[in-house]
Design a protein around this ligand. Structure first.
Ligand SMILES: [Ca+2]
Length: 345
């Protein structure tokens, strides 16, 4: 007679289920970027994602920000080709913010988001890999809707593509697993000044209307604002530790970052987008506070400024709560970053 030994059955089931639960979660992500090559932050953030087994990049979507859309697209294709990642598809996104128009101020200050100049070739010439014919909006919406509740979006440029996806499809926001954003600066927390106007951070300032729609969408958000970027401090000493081991990635870093440290050996460089990616890999690296965060879209002196509060305040009735990073274990972060750069993929 067959008798079920319940104890053995439970042990067998436990052995099957527990290792899967304990295994590190792999984040399936869409990487949305106003890409610039290393030593620029998007380039280093992409290298960190590519070199990290916790992250699977389903596709890269480009947006105007640090540079024009076409330059960002050409440069990200180049980086993928030069790191042996040609299988990752790249989709062109928005080439201008929703409302913000080119201004004399924008031309004088950082960023080439408004530019319609043809892209200049990356070092050694354009990649032979091309962008997909499908656009970023279609890719973002279809990937999320085909995998409800499973896809994380890492958005490290102006939020034009993400907000357009939210606006274009009623069910989209509810089906995004989570959104990790580099953007904003929160005056309520330490180090909350802006970097493009006195109080506005660059990504949010380029497309304030898109930032507001995204932050109000109800998607669970982890925000990596300037407050936490300012806890980083990449010095020549750390750079030299990074390139002390020779791999294809550290050779690429030596070529791209080396001249900067030779020119200015004492300068301390901040890391922005890299922190957003790093916090997805290991959330214990950052300290957060849950705040309501909204974005000023009045075309006055605070256009594009993010405001964080512990309670809703007048004018911010549509704001949502999100995790806002304001501190970082810098040593543990940079040691992880260096270790990943030195790992052969
Ligand atoms: Ca960026």
């Amino acid at each position: 007679m067959f008798v079920v030994n319940w104890k053995n059955l439970v042990i067998a089931l436990f052995a099957l289920v527990v290792p899967a639960a304990l295994a590190a979660e792999t984040h399936r992500i869409i990487f949305d970027t106003d890409f610039i090559l290393p030593p620029g932050d998007d380039g280093l953030a992409l290298l960190l994602a590519l070199q990290s087994p916790e992250i699977e990049i389903l596709g890269i979507t480009t947006v105007a920000g640090n540079d024009s859309l076409e330059q960002a697209t050409a440069d990200v294709l180049w980086l993928l080709e030069h790191t042996g990642n040609v299988e990752i598809p790249v989709y062109r996104g928005a080439d201008m913010p929703w409302v913000h128009e080119k201004s004399d101020y924008a031309v004088r200050r950082f960023g080439e988001w408004y530019s319609d100049e043809p892209p200049t070739p990356p070092p050694g010439g354009f990649a032979s890999k091309s962008a997909e014919s499908e656009g970023a909006l279609e890719f973002i919406v279809s990937t999320v809707m085909d995998n409800p509740g499973e896809i994380t979006i890492v958005a490290i440029g102006p939020l034009t593509n993400i907000a357009t996806a939210i606006r274009s499809h009623a069910g989209f926001a509810a089906n995004v697993r989570r959104l990790v954003i580099m953007g904003g600066a929160v005056a309520l927390l330490p180090d909350g000044a802006g970097n493009i106007t006195p109080n506005a951070e660059f990504n949010f300032w380029v497309d304030p209307e898109a930032a507001r729609v995204t932050l109000r969408s109800g998607i669970p958000i982890m925000l990596s604002p300037l407050n936490v970027s300012r806890k980083t401090s990449l010095t020549k000493d750390w750079y030299e530790k990074m390139i002390a081991v020779t791999t294809p990635v550290t050779e690429l870093l030596e070529t791209t970052m080396g001249p900067r440290f030779e020119r200015e050996p004492d300068r301390i460089h901040l890391m922005y987008d890299q922190v957003a990616v790093g916090s997805l890999i290991d959330p214990t690296l950052v300290t957060t506070e849950e705040l309501y965060v909204d974005v000023d879209i009045d075309h006055g002196i605070s256009y594009g400024t993010s405001v964080g509060g512990r309670e809703i305040w007048p004018g911010a009735e549509g704001a949502h709560k999100m995790q806002v990073q304001y501190d970082l274990d810098w040593t543990r972060f940079i040691e992880m970053f260096i270790e990943r750069m030195q790992t052969n993929p």
